[in-house]
Design a protein. Structure first.
Length: 266
């Protein structure tokens, strides 16, 4: 009986070995991602910004959100949502914008990521694609050279990253709509223009305008953030839609409300 139980345990392990190894690797990658975000926030010297927390709560009616400023002077102008109920912005962003309404517009964009549960969705996407990659490699390259396995991993992950770019860009357009909903679209547009000007200044030193344009285009080719011009066009299109629909702008059917309750706003 003992030998039979050992045999069964070994056979079950052998049967699901590849799946278990892939799951362990996937969990490890997701854990590293979470640790990286937490360390970034910690090194940013976060401080609860009561002023902007109150403003965002008053504007959106959501009493759960909290706004934190990251006061590390080495951090570039940025704002992000890292899960939970907290939105973050760097002091260098506030310093660059020099406009309270523009900063609120940026925070409303991040509020859109919060409402859409985009961090959770991204983690699911990363987990599924990473698991699929590792599992496929383990199943199809049992006797292959490690270098071959590494090349397969890089090629598959690159393919998945490119394939999921439209999803990431959808999240950005989705979040921009919140500035339209709450009347801050003009401030978002001016803030985006300032950010683009900052990026060009930092990245295009000693470059001609043509070289700079090409550099920016290459940067956005594999970036989930759409180019500023397209984001502005989408915001203006959404504003026209809001004006056309009036009071019906935010009305939703039962099925959509049910879906959004389960997975976040879409």
């Amino acid at each position: 009986m003992k030998n039979l139980s050992v045999y069964l345990e070994e056979s079950i392990f052998q049967k699901y070995r590849d799946a278990l190894i892939a799951a362990i690797f996937t969990f490890g990658i997701l854990l590293l991602g979470i640790v990286n975000i937490k360390l970034t926030i910690a090194f940013g010297k976060p401080k609860l910004d009561e002023k902007f927390t109150k403003k965002l709560r008053d504007i959106t009616g959501d009493e759960n959100i909290e706004i934190y400023s990251l006061n590390n002077p080495k951090f570039d102008p940025n704002a992000f949502f890292a899960g939970g109920k907290s939105l973050y912005y760097t002091k260098s962003l506030d310093k660059m914008l020099k406009n309270e309404e523009e900063l609120i517009a940026i925070l409303l964009h991040e509020f859109g990521h919060y409402k859409g549960k985009h961090v959770t969705r991204n983690m699911v996407t990363v987990g599924v694609t990473f698991y699929a990659t590792i599992y496929t490699i383990l199943k199809t390259t049992k006797n292959e050279d490690p270098i071959v396995k590494m090349l397969m991993f890089l090629l598959m992950q690159t393919g998945f990253n490119i394939a999921t770019l439209p999803l990431g860009r959808y999240y950005e357009y989705f979040s921009d709509k919140y500035t339209v909903q709450y009347g801050y679209h003009k401030h978002l547009i001016s803030a985006l223009k300032k950010l683009e000007k900052y990026i060009r200044k930092e990245m295009c030193k000693n470059m001609s305008k043509e070289q700079c344009d090409q550099t920016i285009e290459n940067l956005h080719a594999l970036d989930e953030h759409p180019v500023v011009k397209k984001r502005i066009e989408a915001v203006l299109k959404e504003k026209a839609k809001k004006d056309r629909l009036g009071e019906n702008y935010k009305k939703k059917g039962f099925i959509r409300r049910w879906i959004e309750k389960a997975i976040g706003e879409i």
